[in-house]
Design a protein around this ligand. Structure first.
Ligand code: PLP
Length: 516
């Protein structure tokens, strides 16, 4: 009996050199089939709970002998593929990872095979210039310099419109690195640690940046719109001044990770300028919104920033590993310039002089392709529809008694929670909120375990109960294929699970805290 599900699995292996000379085209159909299997899966396809998955991957000995491609694919299909997160499912509305446009599956072969290293001109040649061109295209959408500035700088190797990074984290760290180096003189003069100031809702990449750069990070409480309050900021600035601590950077978030709120960029830019500090806008999530009309209105001051982070792999729909830091001034990245004699020479065109990362993939090609194949109007349409989808879900939630929406969505994500019977339509005590928190954790965990639909979870202080963090569902509207019907399915799924949880609590005095 053939133990393999695919006839090709029984092939024989090639000698090692054969791996470089023989073709593998006979496996294409099989791999296509696996891609389809993935794309049409929801999370319930994995029969193994996450708690048990680790037991599948305990063999720590490197295989002594080669396997054939067929044997390997067979293993892949049965031991790895079923355990992926099914991010492309239209009822997976929980995280910031988008489904990919289908052209990526073909294009990715090209990009992978080219395997260019964007660090040095000698290992990426013309793609160096393509990357700069793509950066300039997005820079223009954010900063709107005049055409002459783009023409003059786009291929001037000693200046930059920004850099590609592996994601928003490295873009944010790079921005803080630039900011600190710009303040070197003041830091030396004062002898004290510099500070980064932003709201409590700053992404934790700023904790990493502060750690790495030897800076203090001040997280100010947010206001009733989940934005950084200017009076608090002014106070923090004068405190830093009285302690002779140079302010290195102010961080404005353009699209907070949980609420989608946008900090007051124009006012913060002015305050930063008065201090000689850098104004960074973290638009990892929301920055891409400049490509749609509604978003442009929300981000009308973004061009006042000194630098802006935008993630390609969130709303620009590229594969993971694509972040960007854009700098308004083309000389900004000169502050972190590094060279090495064996490569990355000072007189070279190497982008590696200006990036935190060394060897870097040509992720710019995915963005280049998307700019051509989706286009500005296509992005405009996708983003507007995502915003509309968020409004739709908000209305659907508001129509129920069971769900409590924390705020009207500002961007295409929102937080809400489930209120068990007896906890609706009134002010809750701290103890009652604790119970509701526990209930929502249990509800999200069970929903995730059942795996028909997925919404992520967060815990935040909100305007509803300013003294007490609430456990909240976090819905992210990124998948263009998510329809009203899918959203109804998500809500219905949560209601059914909640109802059975409530019953269990009543009947069995269930300890929700212990539930997995
Ligand atoms: C996602 C996100 C980041 C981090 O980006 P990664 O690509 O995950 O490194 C930073 N800031 C905000 C606001 C984000 O939404």
């Amino acid at each position: 009996m053939n133990i393999y599900s695919n006839a090709l699995a029984a092939d024989t292996h090639l000698d090692v050199e054969g791996l470089f000379t023989e073709g593998f085209g006979q496996y294409d159909d099989w791999i296509d089939e696996m891609c389809q299997q993935f794309l049409h899966s929801n999370d319930s396809c994995d029969p193994i709970p996450v708690s048990e998955l680790k037991t599948l991957f305990t063999d720590t000995t490197m295989p002594a002998q080669q396997q054939s491609m067929g044997q390997y694919l067979d293993e892949f299909q049965h031991q790895i593929l079923p355990h992926c997160s099914h991010l492309a499912s239209p009822t997976y509305v929980g995280h910031m990872t988008s489904p990919l446009p289908n052209f990526v599956s073909q294009l990715s072969r090209l990009v992978m095979i080219l395997n260019q290293n964007m660090m040095k001109i000698e290992s990426c040649r013309g793609l160096n210039f393509v990357e700069r061109q793509v950066l300039a295209m997005l820079h223009k959408e954010v900063f709107h310099l005049d055409d002459a500035a783009y023409l003059q700088n786009v291929q001037d190797a000693n200046v930059n419109f920004g850099c590609f990074t592996s994601g928003g984290t490295v873009a944010n760290i790079t921005a803080m690195w630039v900011a600190r180096n710009q303040r070197q003189a003041a830091l030396q003069a004062s002898g004290s640690r510099g500070v980064i100031i932003g709201s409590e809702l700053m992404h934790y990449s700023f904790d990493k940046a502060a750690d790495l750069l030897g800076l203090d990070l001040i997280r100010l409480p947010f206001d009733d719109q989940y934005c950084l309050p200017l009076p608090h900021l002014k106070q923090a600035l004068s405190e830093a001044q009285s302690q002779d601590q140079p302010v290195v950077a102010l961080v404005a978030i353009a699209g907070t990770t949980d609420f989608g709120s946008v900090d007051p960029i124009a006012e913060m830019a002015e305050l930063a300028r008065a201090q000689g500090a850098h104004l960074h806008v973290d638009g990892a999530w929301g920055g891409a919104m400049v490509l749609c009309e509604e978003g442009k209105a929300m981000l009308s001051d973004i061009h006042l920033a000194d630098s802006v982070t935008i993630d390609g792999h969130k709303q620009l729909m590229t594969p993971i590993g694509c972040g960007l830091l854009l700098t308004r001034d083309v000389a900004t990245l000169g502050n972190i310039r590094k060279e090495a004699p064996y490569a990355i020479r000072s007189s070279s065109l190497d982008q590696g002089r200006f990036t935190l990362e060394g060897t870097r993939p040509a992720m710019a090609l995915y963005l280049h392709a998307a700019f051509h194949l989706i286009g500005k109007s296509g992005y405009g349409e996708l983003l507007s529809k995502s915003l509309a989808r968020a409004q739709m879900l908000a209305e659907m939630l508001n129509e129920t008694q069971e769900f409590e929406l924390v705020h009207a969505p500002k961007m295409n994500l929102m937080v809400y929670r489930y209120l068990p019977q007896g906890y609706r339509g009134r002010r809750l005590t701290e103890q009652e909120n604790e119970f509701v928190n526990t209930f929502n954790v249990a509800l999200q965990k069970r929903q995730r375990a059942l795996g028909n639909t997925f919404v992520s979870r967060t815990k935040r202080v909100t305007n509803l109960y300013p003294q007490q963090p609430l456990v909240l569902f976090r819905a992210v509207m990124l998948n263009p294929l998510t329809t009203r019907t899918h959203l109804q399915t998500v809500i219905a799924d949560q209601l059914v699970i909640a109802e059975s949880l409530e019953r269990e609590v009543r009947d069995q005095d269930l300890d929700l805290g212990g539930m997995q």
